[in-house]
Design a protein around this ligand. Structure first.
Ligand code: RB5
Length: 147
């Protein structure tokens, strides 16, 4: 699986932590689109970079991080083809895959500690979409892009 990850300045440390968790899997190719320092950057720009990789198929899934995870998840969900789930707990992470087929995960570097964030990522990476009745609903979500 290829996963693209990006954060604004509010979550650079969490981004490094998440990359370490992704490396545990051993078979995940990680692309980091930045940012890499503490200098202030705008989270919509990071969301755009990450989501472009997912929409083009260059990456299977994306992870976006900012201070709260809110701004970058809002930005990501403006992009056609993206279903971004802001998850602060493991149950939401599991359901975002099983029921919503989320292709982008958002978290907040100033909200979620490294330990919980690691568990969220482990579950989110492994959980499969259940399909069935959820597929109909996800299709309806995606159809909203045409309205
Ligand atoms: C940046 O200071 C902060 O606004 C950003 O990281 C994020 O929390 C926005 O939702």
């Amino acid at each position: 699986m290829k996963i693209v990850i990006g954060s604004d300045h509010g979550a650079v440390a969490l981004k490094d932590e998440v990359k370490m968790v992704l490396k545990e899997f051993g078979d995940i190719e990680i692309k980091d689109v930045g940012t890499f320092g503490t200098e202030s950057v705008d989270y919509p720009d990071i969301a755009e970079k990450v989501c472009a990789e997912v929409v083009s198929g260059a990456a299977d899934r994306g992870i976006v991080l900012c201070g709260t995870g809110i701004g970058i998840s809002i930005a990501a969900n403006k992009i056609d083809g993206i279903r971004c789930a802001l998850c602060n707990d493991v149950y939401s992470a599991r359901m975002s895959r099983a029921h919503n087929n989320a292709n982008v995960l958002a978290m907040g570097g100033r909200v979620t500690g490294f330990g919980p964030a690691g568990e969220i990522v482990r579950v989110w990476v492994k959980e499969e979409f259940e399909g069935g009745r959820h597929e109909r609903r996800v299709n309806k979500i995606m159809a909203l892009e045409e309205k």
